[in-house]
Design a binder for this molecule. Structure first.
Ligand code: C2E
Ligand code: MG
Ligand code: MG
Ligand code: MG
Length: 282
């Protein structure tokens, strides 16, 4: 009797798992295809606005993968899978090559930008070849390295290997800046802030969206970063109210749907050509 019941429950459990498992397998096969077929890898750009003049000062490159069958897949779904499958490094290289090509092909429009930032993963920084490969791409495309910056989360720095340090130094020597991403979530190790030479800190969207209920946290974090002399970017600003709170804390750079979602290259270039204020409300 007991045996029978167990068997039934196991079957039901498995059936529920099938669609989820299948989706994961599909994504893995799409990722494997994408590293061989760069045309499936798309870069969208989200403008970063300088509050001093309300112009686009920088942009963040955000990866999407487009598959014939699965459509456009978002990084929330495929980045963890790519990291687990060891496929992130080739994807990072593809993104950087595409960003460099944009910078070179549209040198004049992108001259308005202080930089384009790219998210990089722990695997990238831990690979002894990373800086070498990326600096090669930069050289081949003849881009000014200082036009690139890298966003890392502190989890990347939790187990700092020799390679992390060497890669970091190689990039820093070329004038590539590092931004600490998603600050104010997870552990938000204060030691990371003090011991690593981050030029910019990006306040996580959750800090901004909670600011209406938890204003003190925003005040505390912004005050501390100001004290440490860090430039701040507020992520995920969606409303006028959030914008006012962020500005009230002296945060100079803002990114979020209030101004723009991540957009295709053509839209970014159109904005840069017109040097437009992208939100006429402010
Ligand atoms: P992130 O680096 O924190 O990037 C910001 C994410 O917040 C983006 O999501 C962006 O679309 C979203 N966002 C920006 N403003 C708003 C807003 O006002 N409201 C809301 N609800 N969301 C906003 P996305 O593009 O889906 O990327 C998710 C995460 O995936 C990124 O978080 C980043 O950690 C990772 N990712 C994206 N592209 C890459 C990449 O090329 N390489 C690596 N390693 N990771 C990437
Ligand atoms: Mg980021
Ligand atoms: Mg990130
Ligand atoms: Mg972030």
């Amino acid at each position: 009797k007991i045996k029978e019941r167990r068997r039934v429950s196991v079957i039901i459990f498995n059936q529920k798992l099938i669609p989820l498992r299948q989706r994961k397998l599909d994504i893995l096969s799409v990722l494997r295809k994408a590293v061989r077929d760069e045309s499936m890898v798309k870069v969208h750009y989200q403008p970063i606005i300088d509050m001093q003049d309300h112009h686009i000062i920088a942009a963040e490159a955000l990866m999407r993968i487009e598959d014939e069958r699965l459509g456009m897949i978002s990084p929330g779904e495929f980045i963890p899978a790519a990291e687990m499958a060891g496929l992130i490094s080739p994807l990072t290289e593809i993104i950087i090559r595409k960003v460099c090509t944009l910078l070179k092909t549209h040198e004049q429009q992108t001259s308005h930008l202080s930089h384009i930032s790219i998210n990089i993963s722990a695997d990238d920084l831990n690979s002894s070849e990373f800086a070498h490969r990326i600096l090669d791409v930069i050289e081949q495309t003849r881009v000014d390295a200082r036009k690139l910056s890298f966003e890392v989360t502190e989890s990347v720095l939790l187990s700092p290997s020799d390679s992390v340090q060497k890669n970091w130094n190689a990039f820093s020597e070329r004038g590539i800046h590092f931004l600490l991403d998603d600050f104010g979530t997870g552990y938000s190790n204060l030691e990371t802030l003090v011991s690593k030479p981050f030029d910019f800190v990006k306040l996580d969207r959750s800090v901004v969206s909670n600011a209406t209920n938890n204003y003190e946290l925003l005040v505390l974090i912004a005050g501390m970063l100001k004290y440490l002399g860090k430039s701040m970017v507020a992520e995920g600003v969606e409303t006028e109210e959030q914008l006012q709170m962020v500005k009230g804390q002296g945060i100079q750079f803002v990114q979020g749907y209030y101004f723009s979602k991540p957009v295709p290259e053509a839209q970014l270039l159109a904005w840069l050509s017109g040097n437009l204020r992208i939100n006429p409300k402010v």
